[in-house]
Design a binder for this molecule. Structure first.
Ligand SMILES: [Zn+2]
Length: 246
């Protein structure tokens, strides 16, 4: 196979690879959006479970204080039961003081209780109102994810189609040059670079903008040996049609 024929094959191959890169790029957009929606759902769920935990916490605290109050009340009752057995005025006063101080503690507990009840109320109202709308929002978002996944899957099947074309093109490509092509492609994204022609036969490498000797361009146009850029290692080709059209 002549070098010029090999180059034609490589250009064909690169067209397919460029198409695959383009499809992969547009697929990325969908996967990014899918991840965004998933993150949104997770954030909502975290907010909800945070509030729910707060509600549980308020209920727990309230129940604990209930226990405290009940136990103080029992203490008071037992102290008051002892008043009959008290002999001296001082002892009676001491008992009375103890009861008073326990009553004050109960009052403190009751004040705390009001705060926890307000917390519980607020959390409960929020949880109740959000529970339904959150589920509805989530369903909408999940449907959105499904649609995005379908778009991504469509891109995958486009890629699969291009891969089939590629496998055919590889069969017709010189093995040695295909291996070189792959090596460059893995490093550079695309293995071939067009020569961008300037005035008076000059030009630059389309891959790295490095100057190309006019002689090299002439030889390439004549269909001579395949040439690679000494700067970026890409394989050069000349886009004849596009140049003359401009
Ligand atoms: Zn270059």
């Amino acid at each position: 196979m002549k070098d010029s024929e090999i180059l034609v094959q490589l250009v064909k191959l690169q067209k397919i690879d460029a198409a695959i890169l383009g499809i992969e790029d547009s697929k990325k957009e969908f996967t990014t959006r899918i991840n965004e929606v998933k993150a949104h759902i997770a954030a909502n769920a975290a907010e909800f479970s945070g509030k729910k935990a707060k509600l549980d916490e308020a209920r727990r605290k309230k129940a604990a204080i209930d226990v405290e109050i009940k136990s103080k009340e029992a203490d008071i009752k037992s102290k008051e039961g002892q008043t009959g057995a008290v002999k001296t005025n001082d002892a009676f006063k001491a008992l009375q003081n103890e009861v008073d101080s326990m009553k004050r503690e109960i009052k403190k507990f009751e004040d705390q209780q009001i705060i926890f009840m307000e917390e519980e109320d607020a959390a409960h109202t929020w949880v109740k109102s959000q529970e339904k709308s959150m589920k509805e929002n989530e369903n909408v978002m999940l449907a959105g994810i499904k649609a995005l996944e379908a778009e991504a899957a469509a891109k995958d099947s486009l890629i699969a189609g291009e891969m089939n074309k590629r496998a055919e093109a590889v069969k017709n490509t010189d093995k040695t040059w295909y291996d070189r092509y792959e090596k460059i492609r893995k490093n550079k994204g695309l293995a071939l670079a067009p020569i961008i022609e300037g005035k008076n036969g000059s030009g630059v490498c389309g891959g790295c903008k490095f100057d190309v000797r006019p002689q090299a361009i002439i030889e390439l146009k004549k269909g001579g040996e395949i040439k690679t850029c000494s700067n970026c290692a890409r394989i050069w080709y000349v886009e004849v049609k596009e140049e003359s059209a401009k």
